[in-house]
Design a protein around this ligand. Structure first.
Ligand code: FES
Ligand code: FE2
Length: 423
């Protein structure tokens, strides 16, 4: 349970909200790289309660600016994309990728250039990696180290990043990704069917058979590691170790021969969330079949793969007739079950009425970490969890069997996988 004011502090993300100001201090995915074509249509992007436009110039570079034209606010999503500049169709101001006004043709010819040189454009650093355009919307002159996750440095064929726009606050998205205790219940229709789902380890049957794991947490400088531990007898423990890289990223445990699975929950505004599903394989290219396992039943639009989710008016197309075979009545794919449950709680859930149990301990921990961070940030401390570039490639989730006597926090996932792959 949370006090109403703490819930507000955690969930409000606009430019004047404390959490909104802090979240701007992290690199965040904004749109898919492939959705921007050189000299093609600019794309509207709503992020943390503000409207932006992303576009690709003639030379391939990406620009990221406020949607409102710096002259009088016409939408730059309507602009012409011509010769390395975005030209507003109202009075013809032309903006460069690096955020300068390079032409303002309606001004008198003799003062035009001097006038243009004085103008300020709200533009933001943008980078491309992992098939996504990343932006930094914060206040520091020097952005934080770029998150060099493994998937940001793989060949294109090894990574698939898709986005779903869903009607709930970002914290609901994050809480769904860190909540291990729902996996064996909400998703049991998939687990019991023995269907490979690509986001769950093949041996997730174990998770279904032992619904209540022992959960332990280990706080790190980037967030949290969570171990969901199930005793198998014979001195063995099945450990699912999830990585939480605050504030946006979660990595879901998987076995050595399965693709890795990352999630980012990035606020669109207070009531909408961009859910990024990032599947990647460090060893080999992904196959269309593997990708399809994760996105089965999706709309086919990689920029909004759950646009066919439905809503409260049709109970998200729940198929009651399937419920004797599929627990939730949502047999399309695992992500759909998560999205629907979060939307069903309302766009911005009031946590003051919750009744939490022992299984919810990680939620309590993460909320406390976020509350401490945002209060410290408001008091003038730097945003936490922005780690050194070299640390990012070592963050990987894992599902494996370990000796019960072993301390799971000492398990290095990257090394363990290397050893298992060699066996
Ligand atoms: S509003 Fe864009 S040029 Fe005037
Ligand atoms: Fe889930």
């Amino acid at each position: 349970m949370l006090k109403v004011e703490d819930n507000e502090l955690l969930t409000r993300v606009g430019p004047r909200a404390p959490m909104g100001r802090m979240l701007r201090e992290y690199w965040m995915p904004a749109c898919r790289s492939a959705s921007l074509v050189a000299d093609g249509a600019p794309q509207r992007v709503r992020l943390v309660g503000e409207n932006f436009v992303a576009w690709r110039g003639t030379d391939g570079r990406v620009g990221f600016i406020y949607e409102a034209c710096p002259h009088r606010g016409a939408s730059m999503a309507l602009a012409r994309n011509e010769h390395n500049g975005l030209r507003c169709i109202f009075h013809g101001w032309k903006l460069s990728v690096d955020g300068k006004v390079v032409e303002c043709p309606a001004e008198p010819a003799d003062t035009r250039d001097a006038f243009a040189a004085r103008l300020k454009v709200g533009h933001f650093p943008a980078r491309e990696a992992g098939g996504m355009v990343w932006v930094y919307l914060g206040k520091q002159a020097e952005p934080p180290p770029f998150p060099e996750f493994e998937f940001n440095n793989l060949p294109d064929s090894h990574v698939c990043a898709r986005r779903a726009l869903v009607h709930y606050n970002w914290l609901q998205g994050l809480e769904a990704h860190i909540d291990a205790s729902h996996v064996g219940i909400l998703h049991s229709g998939f687990l019991n069917a023995g269907k490979p789902t690509a986001i769950s380890a093949r041996d997730l049957g174990l998770a279904a058979a032992h619904k209540a794991p022992r959960t332990e947490m280990h706080v790190t400088n980037y967030g949290l590691r969570e171990g969901a531990l199930r005793d198998l007898g014979d001195g063995k423990t099945y450990a699912r170790i999830r990585e939480l890289v605050l504030p946006f990223f979660t990595f879901i445990p998987h076995a050595v021969d399965e693709p890795c699975s990352g999630r980012a929950t990035v606020p669109v505004d207070d009531e909408w969330d961009a859910e990024w599903y990032i599947m990647y394989d460090t060893q080999k290219p992904l196959t269309p079949e593997t990708i399809e396992l994760l996105f089965a039943g999706s709309s086919g639009d990689p920029d909004n793969f759950a646009s066919n989710l439905g809503g409260p008016e049709n109970l998200w197309h729940q198929d009651r007739g399937s419920m004797d075979r599929h627990f939730s009545g949502f047999p399309r794919s695992v992500p759909f079950e998560d999205f629907i449950i979060q939307e069903s709680m309302g766009a911005l859930v009031d946590r003051s009425g919750e009744q939490l149990g022992r299984a919810d301990v990680i939620l309590v921990q993460v909320r406390r970490m976020l509350l401490d961070a945002v209060r410290d940030f408001e008091a003038g401390k730097p945003a936490p969890w922005n780690i050194a570039r070299e640390q990012y490639p070592n963050i990987r989730a894992i599902a494996t069997t370990i000796p019960t006597a072993m301390n799971w926090t000492e398990l290095n996932a990257v090394e363990t996988f290397r050893e298992q792959a060699a066996e």
